[in-house]
Write a protein that binds this ligand. Structure first.
Ligand code: B16
Ligand code: MG
Length: 226
């Protein structure tokens, strides 16, 4: 029986990828190259500094082209732009079906957690006014290892209560690294988005619009009995 539902944030609750993309593209433009939307796919679920490394690789800059100090400055600049964009977000940007799905989960007595790699999670939850819908929140400031390491999700489970087994938890994720993290933690996983990218998930849905918690629970119990 599933007792806890853990939600990734960017790409699951809200589409912040477009703001990350605008900020990374601005940085790439300053460095003199174009960063495409396809390149941006590689940054989903990946930490800020790892994202910068990927961006520099796309721009043709080798690992030692910049000092660590300069890289820290570039990441800080990108974040400044990103925070400027997300500070204007409104609750209208919560993805379709998310609110009613979360309400159903809570009404079913299932504990809820948010597990995100983002160090800006607090600002986003406040802008969307949804902090109260989660029993616990674990973000990028609270973990030392990033997805695909399961630390963020295992921490969610332990904060939700020491009595939870990973097999009683389901993770909702839009990134392949996040699905891998859920699996590494021994949890069920539901992919949100493209089944080709999320093929390691127990199953994939396009989003929460028109999806009920009972349907998810049923599909997971079928999985458990396979
Ligand atoms: P920040 P998630 C992740 O959030 C994003 O998917 C990823 O693109 C981003 O680089 C990462 O957060 C770090 O974000 O720069 O705000 O700390 O999908 O794990 O909710
Ligand atoms: Mg995500």
């Amino acid at each position: 029986m599933i007792c806890a539902a853990i939600f990734d944030m960017d790409g699951v609750i809200v589409d912040t990828a477009k703001y990350h993309y605008q900020a990374w593209r601005r940085l790439a433009a300053e460095l003199g190259f174009e960063f495409t939307e396809a390149d941006n796919e590689r940054l989903k679920g990946v930490s800020r500094m790892q994202s910068l490394e990927i961006l520099l690789e796309v721009g043709g800059f080798g690992g030692s082209a910049f000092t660590e100090g300069r890289k820290e400055e570039m990441a800080a600049q990108k974040n400044e732009w990103y925070v400027e964009y997300i500070s204007r977000m409104t609750p209208d940007e919560i993805l379709p079906g998310v609110l009613s799905f979360l309400e159903q989960v809570r009404a079913a007595g299932v504990r809820t957690a948010l597990g995100s790699a983002s160090r800006n999670t607090g600002i986003i939850l406040d802008r969307l006014k949804i902090r109260d819908l989660f029993d616990t929140v674990v973000d990028g400031t609270m973990v030392t290892r990033t997805k695909p390491d399961p630390e963020v999700f295992l921490k969610c489970a332990s904060l939700l209560g020491g009595d939870l087994f990973p097999t009683q938890c389901v993770v909702f994720e839009d990134a392949a690294a996040g699905i891998e993290a859920a699996r590494a933690g021994g949890m069920y996983s539901v992919g949100i988005g493209n089944p080709d990218i999320l093929r390691e998930a127990d199953f994939v849905i396009p989003g929460f619009a028109g999806i009920s918690w009972w349907e998810i629970e049923k599909r997971l119990s079928i999985k458990a009995n396979e």
